[in-house]
Design a protein around this ligand. Structure first.
Ligand SMILES: [Zn+2]
Length: 539
């Protein structure tokens, strides 16, 4: 997760709000949480200094949190390149919010407060990705968000190297740079590679072909459509995110295909399997996604079986491996042939530059300081080593910890001036931020250790315990076959209650006591720590 902002006393401009749908391994522990969005509390009370939001590209980890945070920042103006704005506006419209991201051309220069912001086109796994050249009173900040140098991009629009060089010539104070690919030597291959692999799949497929990828990667979806048409197939889309993105991209001219190439869902049945090419959302194994429903044989229009092929043109985001594997295995059980990158090369290429791409940007920009972004700590450290090979002093590659605020002042090196407490704000269904750490910890305990509920009936009039406590458990151990354990547990509860003579006044204390004693007992007996919920019922 990264929300980047400048730290100047009077003018603070947020570069990018981002959401991480489990980009960090945290996802595995987030029981039932749909989305993690940036914690913007630090910025909320500095609203009056925020001049606007500028988005670099239309990926969910860069625009995905917008519908939850932008009003907290004071309904600030927002800008992004054409497709970026369109994708972000889908999210705002969906939440029925009034604010919109204003689309800007790559040659526009924005004047925002004391800053000017210009856009350099770069290639990435979504079209219209940009780097930002931000001129501040202190010097130029080059915001080098996600990119790779694809010299043969699918849409023919190459990275604007001459503009990158021009920024470098002016002298750049600090380069913020993508560093996710800093462990990979060489250059990241072009998106074209995927086409060659997919063509082979299509040439061999005897039945229907299902294709799944990141739904924002419309260039790759376009590539897949072109190939499918060449092999005489018709196209159908399944999944809301794909529908919305394709529709927006078509309207803006980022995609092109004849309308008659599309077949309606309900007409699929009449089309021979070998004529079907289905583009299906759910490449990350998301629960309830179109692909996961197909895998569970629970989709209204799509069935797969013997002879059908499913192509995964995406790698699992760290933390999603398990969900993806579950879907792959279910698809196998249905009889489908499944192609994914563990068993087949070049079904997916990264949108992030490798060492060659990263060092090319660094050489062109030639900044005084470097701040690697968009990766984890190890990617940043690896980037520092690469920069050292190019002659940079390690000190000038800034690697702050999460929450640290860097300050730039004239004549002195940037330094950490403040550390802010950041929390993951979790979106669970419709609520935002109502799932705290406690809720999450409880869900985790229930999932791994089970739950034990103790019901203690007391008389309303006297406050006395009226009957034996009842113990109910789920996901812990099969209690019916553990009669002795159950009896002993009940005894522990009764003893905890008996500590209090006569009428019990402080039920909170008693509840705690019962919980602690039972937890200790169960741990001693079973080695497990289920979630214990003592319930006092007045009768
Ligand atoms: Zn990206």
């Amino acid at each position: 997760m990264h929300t980047n902002y400048t730290n100047k006393k009077q003018d603070r401009r947020v570069f990018e709000g981002s959401s991480s749908s489990g980009k960090d391994s945290l996802r595995i522990f987030m029981y039932g949480v749909d989305l993690v969005i940036p914690d913007v509390r630090y910025l909320e009370d500095k609203k009056q200094y925020i001049r606007g939001l500028v988005f670099t590209h239309g990926h969910d980890d860069h625009i995905g949190g917008i519908q939850y945070i932008y009003f907290k920042l004071g309904n600030v103006p927002m800008w992004g390149t054409t497709l970026t704005a369109a994708f972000a506006n889908i999210k705002l419209t969906e939440r029925k919010l009034k604010g919109r991201v204003t689309p800007v051309d790559f040659d526009r220069v924005l004047q925002i407060g004391p800053f000017t912001v210009s856009f350099n086109r770069v290639t990435h796994s979504v079209p219209d990705a940009a780097h930002l050249v931000i001129t501040t009173p202190l010097g130029i900040i080059y915001h080098g968000s996600d990119f790779k140098f694809d010299f043969d991009p699918l849409d023919g629009k190459k990275s604007e190297l001459e503009k990158i060089n021009a920024a470098g010539k002016k002298g750049v104070l600090c380069l913020l740079t993508d560093c996710l690919g800093s462990e990979r030597p060489g250059f990241t291959p072009s998106e074209q590679v995927v086409g060659t692999t997919l063509a082979k799949e299509l040439a061999l497929a005897p039945g229907k072909v299902l294709f799944t990828t990141q739904s924002s990667n419309i260039s790759r979806i376009q590539l897949a459509i072109d190939l499918a048409l060449k092999y005489g197939r018709k196209i159908a889309f399944f999944g809301r995110s794909i529908d919305q993105n394709v529709e927006a991209a078509l309207k803006l001219g980022f995609m092109r295909f004849p309308r008659e190439a599309i077949i309606r869902d309900q007409d699929l049945r009449r089309l021979p399997a070998v004529k079907q090419f289905l583009i299906v959302a759910g490449a990350q194994g998301q629960e309830g996604s179109a692909l996961s429903r197909v895998a569970n044989d629970d989709h209204k229009f799509v069935r797969v079986g013997e002879g059908d092929t499913v192509v995964f043109s995406a790698d699992p985001i760290p933390g999603n491996e398990h969900s993806v594997n579950v879907v792959i295995e279910e698809l196998y059980r249905r009889g489908a042939r499944v192609s994914y990158s563990d068993i087949m090369e070049d079904l997916h290429v990264s949108g992030h530059g490798s060492q060659g791409d990263l060092m090319l940007l660094l050489s062109a920009v030639g900044p005084k300081y470097i701040l690697p972004i968009g990766g984890t700590y190890k990617h940043m450290m690896q980037y520092r080593r690469l920069a050292a090979d190019l002659g940079y002093n390690k000190r000038d590659v800034l690697i702050p910890e999460e929450g640290q605020v860097l300050e730039f002042r004239p004549g002195v090196p940037p330094r950490v001036v403040e550390t802010i407490e950041l929390e993951n704000v979790m979106v669970d269904g419709l609520g935002v931020g109502d799932v705290g750490n406690v809720v999450l910890r409880d869900r985790q305990t229930i999932a791994t250790e089970g739950i034990v509920v103790i019901v203690v009936p007391i008389a309303k009039s006297t406050g006395q315990v009226t009957a034996e406590p009842d113990i109910i458990s789920r996901g812990f151990i099969y209690m019916k076959e553990s009669g002795r354990l159950l009896d002993d547990a009940r005894r522990v509860v009764s003893q905890s209650l008996r500590l209090k003579k006569g009428r019990i006044l402080d039920w909170r204390f008693v509840r705690k006591q019962v919980g602690e004693n039972l937890e200790m007992f169960l741990f001693k007996e079973t080695g497990r720590r289920p979630l214990i919920v003592p319930v006092i019922v007045e009768v």
